[in-house]
Write a new protein. Sequence first.
Length: 120
Amino acid sequence: MLVTSRETGRWIVPKGWPGKKKTKPYDQAAREAYEEAGAVGRIAKKPFGSYYYDKRLRKGTVTCLVDVYLLKVERELDDWPECKQRFRKWVTPTEAIELLDDVGLIDLLLRSNFLSSLPG
């Protein structure tokens, strides 16, 4: 599942900043999937992988390291915190590569056997 970013409308995966509370990274990832995509399910406790991307801020750009956690989606909510700000879309792994423009995330998907290990 991909979601659009709020500001540019690019296709991305849900991600966020580390919270102020001392939550485990995988719990944070599950919360972001809920908030950004209305996706609820079981989250992997180990990252699938990591990549760097440049986050645009008002004061400039900062390079961020993103740990990616896989979520087995058990429910898709019709109403979620950012539903009026984002679109979500189920795509095949090959379609994801075509829609994403984040080179780091594309490289992560291509480096892993993700594409060959999933149907579609």
